[in-house]
Design a protein around this ligand. Structure first.
Ligand SMILES: [Fe+2]
Ligand SMILES: [Fe+2]
Length: 368
């Protein structure tokens, strides 16, 4: 008799659950385990883009996409197959490669999204940020902080290629995508060449208020490379090798509120210990050769390749080259730090993932 009562109660409960859903009410007692899980459930897998493929399509876009005919930028986004709905490389950051041909000037604009630019090939072109021209050399890092006017031009005779990374997927999540086109064809140069780096240094005029939340800056590769070289004999980190963070010179913190940038060096034969953390990262391979293991999958990389590490994925890097391998890395760690969401774990046992079950197969041109 009692079991029959229980059975009928179960039927009633099922009915209640179904009715609640129709009323746009979700019974927590039935769905709790999908809301709060013991470990993060990450919705996307790692991915790697080969440089030869990126370069091939940049060249084709160079023939067909015309800035004069309304294209805002000649670039394409590196979209993780599981993140097409937000056009994200990771769930917070969108990376793109961009080509600017000789004589081209891109229209000035501003957006609430923060951006960084890392120069891959070519020199002597400028990015102007808030009226300050910043001339770019290969592997320099340029910041375009949130809501700063920026444009760029190539006054040289050679094309220039760079990697852009913006926090627009995060902005979309926060529903704060704002964008303005500058009313004139170009934003005027209102500051002299070298204004921030050479004229102002670490001081700023008190009577000016700054729209930008961080000092404008070019981070010269010559200086970063020198620092990496200087430190390469030191112990570094067992998980990252020699990892340098580009810092905001006034606050010591990350270069932007949402994105941190790093230069990473792996010494010949170096095999880092596996770890995982809640933040995601995009690695741009500068030189060397080797592979990374991400949750048991091997990703072989070479110069120019870009790969990303989703949150809470075990990762270790192996340098198989006879010389150093170097990466430029962009991470969303500042977001996690701000909201006390940063967590990190070291891989146990001997520090390396025991099972490498498969090797990632990159999309190559023959398959295009
Ligand atoms: Fe922009
Ligand atoms: Fe890491």
């Amino acid at each position: 008799m009692a079991s029959r009562t229980e059975a009928s109660r179960d039927v009633e409960l099922e009915r209640l659950n179904a009715e609640l859903l129709k009323q746009n009410l979700t019974p927590t007692w039935a769905y709790y385990t999908s809301l709060i899980t013991p470990q993060p459930k990450v919705s996307y897998a790692p991915y790697l883009w080969k440089w030869e493929v990126l370069l091939h399509y940049l060249r084709r876009a160079g023939e067909l996409v015309d800035l004069e005919r309304g294209a805002e930028r000649r670039s394409f986004e590196l979209v993780n197959p599981a993140l097409r709905h937000i056009m994200g490389t990771t769930h917070t950051i969108g990376a793109a490669v961009q080509l600017v041909k000789p004589g081209e000037v891109a229209p000035a604009h501003r957006h609430l999204a923060n951006a960084i630019r890392f120069i891959v090939k070519g020199r002597g072109s400028y990015t102007a940020v808030q009226g300050e021209p910043l001339y770019m050399e290969e592997r320099d890092l340029i910041l375009t902080p949130s809501w700063t006017w920026h444009d760029h031009g190539n006054e040289t005779t050679e094309p220039i290629i760079w990697v852009d990374a913006l926090d627009y997927p995060f902005n979309q999540l926060m529903q704060v995508s704002f964008f303005n086109a500058y009313p004139e064809a170009r934003h005027p140069f209102t500051k002299p060449l070298g204004y921030t780096a050479n004229w102002m240094g670490f001081a700023r005029p008190t009577w000016e208020t700054y729209a930008e939340p961080v000092p404008l800056a070019t981070y010269r590769w010559t200086e970063t490379a020198r620092a990496l070289q200087y430190l390469q004999g030191s112990e570094g980190s067992p998980f990252d090798g020699i990892l340098l963070e580009y810092v905001n010179p006034f606050r010591q913190g990350p270069v932007l509120p949402t994105m941190a940038c790093y230069a990473q060096l792996l010494r010949p034969g170096e095999h880092t210990r596996a770890h995982r953390h809640t933040s995601s990262a995009i690695c741009f391979v500068l030189d060397g050769a080797g592979y990374s293991v991400l949750n048991g999958e091997r990703f072989n990389w070479a110069p120019g390749d870009l790969f990303m590490i989703p949150p809470w994925y075990w990762h270790e890097h192996v340098n198989t080259a006879a010389e150093e391998s170097r990466f430029f890395v962009i991470s969303d760690k500042p977001i996690y730090d701000t909201f006390n969401l940063s967590r990190e774990e070291a891989y146990a046992e001997n520090g390396h993932q025991q099972r490498v079950e498969k090797t990632f197969t990159p999309m190559l041109l023959s398959g295009a």
